[in-house]
Design a protein around this ligand. Structure first.
Ligand code: NAI
Ligand code: MG
Length: 502
């Protein structure tokens, strides 16, 4: 088996610079349960593919219910019996700092693993995903020693205080668009608060999470504190969502699966936080700095090949500048370097999978049928690999499916608007509410529109800025609960009130 797989791995990973990546790819990809790497109980594996060349990168253990049960036992044991939740906060912080350091030491290798598995441009994987992963661990390391309770103004005969305690065993189900970064957004705050974790990476992109698991072990994280179950949604994912011994589930992914997660939580009333889809409006007034708005709007929708939950896919441009804006956006986008994501010059790689490729191309056909005007792109950009050219539809009506449904690929819808009122009405006319942006030189209007938009994040004269210091999450059907900042600490703790008779 190993002999047959090795040459294919070299072909699948052609173009990488780090020998460590090949060494990693050649190792069996197993589940991390209770500090040990083990195959799935069923013995099953699944393929993970390089979307740039459609070659198999690795066979990965297909975890199922029986494996989740084992992982839950290990996580429960670590939570109830190990020192982890009761560790001196400085020591817990040291562990998280160590993981951040190791991520940085292996940054080039992790960036290449991410690019091979996901297809994202390697320079972006290095600068955003891997750098952000280390920063997130470092940020939450700082929180370990700052998780406060309170003393309350009780009756003089009593002393009342609160303790902020970990929730327990946390299941974390993540998507394929930012595999390593999403793993860190979930794991780092959970560990900072003293919880134990069962992480399920997306079946399209399991590799960077497995490498992170190895690094966490190298850092000395106690056995059972972080367990990783690779596998599919139905099976591994659903077993986590339903499990009676899991205290909290955090999910990032489609709104459709978010509903299933919530339904599955009713059995033991586990805590749920959901970060779901979006169809975010990017609103550009005629007085905006177009020199900055055009390229930023372009990256706002095409960054990560459009596979971003907060992507600015509905570009609203005020009448008067609409034609000029669409012309410039079309020119810039047509000139974007699409190609081999391992090439440092590449700005846009392939979409993650055949399924996503078909989905996006189908939406292009829907847009044409709905009568929107295709100004650039729409077709495949290579014979092999899941490459799609940056695609812009003009003359879009906000009621069209391409303006209402999350496409999750490099497709922008440019929509004209009349005035401030119209911009807010159309911008909010969506079932989603993850993010939004407004571009104007009028400072009062900028803040008024920011308040009126129903979205969890609003950018003014920029797009896409995200930092672990600030909460991220959705209004409406984009989900609930806020990750990052102190808000993740709230997600991963519960409060105990203690009365003392004096
Ligand atoms: P998905 O929601 O099915 O997958 C996300 C994660 O949930 C994966 O780890 C998957 O294995 C897991 N999952 C799937 N079914 C599950 C179930 N029944 N129980 C528990 N876990 C389950 O997303 P998918 O199918 O990969 O992509 C479909 C669409 O979802 C995309 O085109 C995009 O519109 C949206 N999406 C949104 C993301 C976001 O960041 N908000 C990320 C990924 C996808
Ligand atoms: Mg799915």
């Amino acid at each position: 088996m190993a002999a047959a797989v090795a040459p294919a791995v070299e072909r699948a990973a052609a173009g990488i610079k780090n020998q460590a990546v090949l060494d990693f790819l050649r190792k069996p990809k197993m589940l991390l349960i209770g500090g040990k790497w083990t195959p799935a109980k069923s013995g099953k594996t699944f393929e993970t593919i390089n979307p740039a060349n459609e070659e198999v990168l690795a066979l990965v253990a297909e975890g199922g219910k029986a494996d989740v049960d084992e992982a839950v036992k290990a996580a429960r044991k670590a939570f109830e019996e190990s020192r982890w939740p009761r560790l001196n906060p400085h020591q817990r912080a040291r562990m998280l700092y160590k993981i951040a350091e190791l991520i940085e030491q292996h940054a080039d290798e992790l960036a290449e693993i991410e690019t091979l598995d996901n297809g994202k441009a390697v320079t972006q994987a290095r600068a955003i995903d891997v750098a952000g992963a280390a920063e997130t661990f470092r940020y939450y390391a700082g929180w370990c020693s700052k998780i406060y309770g309170e003393t309350n103004p009780s009756d003089p005969s009593m002393f009342n205080y609160t303790l902020r305690e970990p929730v327990g065993v946390c299941g974390q189900i993540i998507p394929w668009n930012f595999p390593l970064l999403m793993a860190c957004w979930k794991i780092a705050p959970a560990l900072a608060c003293g919880n134990t974790v069962i992480l399920k990476p997306a079946e399209q992109t399991p590799l960077s999470a497995l490498r992170l698991g190895e690094l966490a072990q190298e850092a000395g994280l106690p056995d059972g504190v972080l367990n990783i179950i690779t596998g599919f949604g139905p099976g591994a994912g659903s077993s986590i969502a339903e499990h009676p011994e899991i205290d909290k589930v955090a999910f990032t992914g489609s709104t459709e699966v978010g509903r299933l997660i919530l339904q599955a939580s009713t059995g033991n009333l586990k805590r749920v936080s959901l970060e779901l889809g979006g169809k975010s409006p990017n609103i550009i007034f005629t007085d905006a700095d177009l020199g900055s708005a055009v390229p930023t709007a372009m990256m706002g929708v095409f960054y990560n090949t459009g596979q971003v939950c907060a992507a600015g896919t509905r570009i609203f441009v005020q009448q008067g500048k609409y034609d000029e804006f669409v012309d410039q956006l079309t020119k810039f986008s047509a000139g974007m370097t699409v190609g081999n994501p391992l090439d440092p010059a590449t700005k846009m790689g392939p979409v993650v999978s055949k399924e996503q490729f078909d989905r996006v191309r189908n939406y292009v056909e829907i847009g044409k049928r709905e009568g929107a005007k295709l100004t650039t792109g729409g077709e495949a950009a290579a014979d092999r690999g899941y490459f799609i050219k940056p695609t812009i539809f003009a003359d879009v009506n906000n009621n069209m499916r391409i303006a209402q449904e999350e496409i999750f690929g490099p497709v922008a819808a440019a929509i004209p608007f009349k005035d401030e009122n119209d911009a807010v009405l159309q911008g909010n006319d969506t079932t989603y509410g993850l993010a939004a942006a407004v571009w104007t030189r009028d400072i009062a209007r900028a803040h008024k529109v920011a308040r009126a938009l129903k979205a969890g994040t609003v950018w003014i004269n920029t797009y896409g800025a995200i930092d672990p210091i600030s909460p991220f999450g959705g209004y409406k059907q984009s989900g609930f609960g806020r990750e990052l900042g102190k808000h993740s600490i709230e997600l991963y703790t519960q409060i105990k009130s203690v009365y003392v008779k004096l």
